[in-house]
Ligand binder design. Structure first.
Ligand code: APR
Ligand code: ZN
Ligand code: ZN
Length: 383
């Protein structure tokens, strides 16, 4: 790559959010050079995830901040690196990760978690850590534009802290690698790392968007014998079956609660593992009730906005069923995603299945509508 932009402010196009639910505006912005421990990336592909949709709608008032550049699922090429960055250089193929790994903090040093003290997922964070400022500016008035989820990928260029940038093999196609930036990694990791799904076990997945389908692909790869998919949109069932779901349930067509049907399908006992991938509390309760007494495990993946708490009576936890959450599939981004990428390229998980639509970046509002309308899994945008 030409290094003529190194150290300079870049003018480029970005999709700027000006208010909750307002169409994103494609405009020229200024992008500062990367500061200490930061990387500036030329984004080549980005897609819309449900968390972008929730943030765009402003579902959680305390997290609102405008103008802002959303987007966290992407891939691209390093344009330049700031002071102190090691292991990344101009021209590297990379994917951004919203849940970073600094490698130094007490969490990063602990094998049992993928949290990171400073660079973990934080929807409240909107400026860079180095100096508390933004790297994006409006071209006309030079007003700051806020960052989002450590990544802000709805821009031709973005600046990301190096703890949130993962290098990928340049032989792997970046369009497919984009899927590992959030959704697929989250779902596959929830099955492999958080739940550690065993061969011949039984699984129920609530919500068959990209995240739920990635759980299905992960559970299928592990040899689960029964994978029950639950969704209120029956259009999701075709792809689900292609990815390993053995039984599909539409709660709207049932006369009983979903968990009753799941118990019936598993000989009365319930599943070994259930996954909540909708962000709905009533669904989380169904997921919990679907698991087997004594050892059932429910994994929460959906993002639940608002101040609501768990829909469980504490005594219900005396039956041996457990409930836990999974962020980014439990993967430590910088050290474990390269291995996942290799497995995907070997065909253990087919990343193409998750790219349901492709559009030019300029049509980003259409991509939002496709996801909101339940029509798309991931709409890959080309920058
Ligand atoms: N019961 C069953 N399925 C439901 C319900 C419900 N009450 N409500 C929604 N769904 C289904 C939708 O029909 C859709 O197929 O859940 C699926 C959600 O998929 P997507 O919108 O594509 O979202 P995805 O990107 O997969 O993310 C799922 O994880 O990252 C979080 O915030 C995100 O909560 C969201 C979840
Ligand atoms: Zn996401
Ligand atoms: Zn850390």
């Amino acid at each position: 790559m030409e290094s003529t932009t190194v150290g300079k402010v870049i003018t480029c196009k970005a999709a700027v959010a000006w208010g909750p639910g307002e169409p994103l505006v494609m405009e020229k912005i200024l992008v500062d050079p990367p500061q200490k421990m930061e990387v500036r990336i030329k984004v080549l592909f980005t897609s819309v995830c449900h968390s972008d949709l929730s943030a765009w709608k402003g579902e959680n008032e305390s997290q609102r901040a405008y103008p802002r550049i959303f987007g966290h699922e992407a891939s691209g090429i390093v344009e330049s690196v700031g002071e102190g960055v090691t292991g990344l250089k101009e021209g590297d193929h990379v994917i951004p990760i919203f849940n970073g790994e600094c490698g130094e903090c007490e969490y990063c040093k602990c094998e049992r978690t993928n949290m990171c003290r400073d660079y973990g997922v934080n929807p409240m964070k909107k400026v860079m850590i180095a100096d508390g400022k933004c790297r994006f500016w409006t071209k006309e008035k030079r007003e700051p534009i806020f960052h989002f989820l450590n990544t802000s990928t709805f821009s031709e260029f973005t600046v990301i802290e190096s703890a949130c940038v993962v290098k990928v093999d340049p032989d792997f196609p970046l369009n497919k690698m984009t899927m590992l930036s959030c959704g697929v990694t989250t779902g596959v990791g929830a099955a492999w790392k958080t739940a550690d799904v065993k061969a011949r076990s039984t699984v129920a997945i609530f919500g068959l968007g990209s995240v739920g389908l990635a759980v299905a692909a992960g559970a299928h790869a592990r040899g689960a014998s029964k994978i029950i998919g639950v969704d209120i949109n029956p259009a999701k069932f075709v792809k689900a079956q292609a990815l390993g779901v053995t039984d599909c349930i539409n709660p709207k067509e049932l006369e009983t609660a979903s968990h009753e049907e799941i118990k019936r399908l598993t000989g009365g006992g319930g599943v070994d593992y259930s996954f909540e991938c909708t962000g709905n509390l009533a669904v989380l309760r169904e997921a919990f009730l679907s698991t087997h007494l004594g050892w059932g495990l429910t994994v929460l993946l959906g993002v639940h906005p608002g101040p609501k708490t768990l829909p469980l009576h504490p005594m219900e936890l005396f039956n041996g069923q457990r409930i836990t959450g999974s962020v980014f599939g439990g993967f430590k981004g910088r050290t474990q995603i390269a291995g996942l990428a290799e497995e995907c390229m070997r065909g253990v998980v087919n990343l193409d299945e998750f790219i349901s639509h492709e559009l030019p970046f300029e049509k980003i509002n259409e991509a939002f509508q496709l996801l909101q309308g339940g029509e798309s899994l991931r709409c890959l945008m080309h920058l």
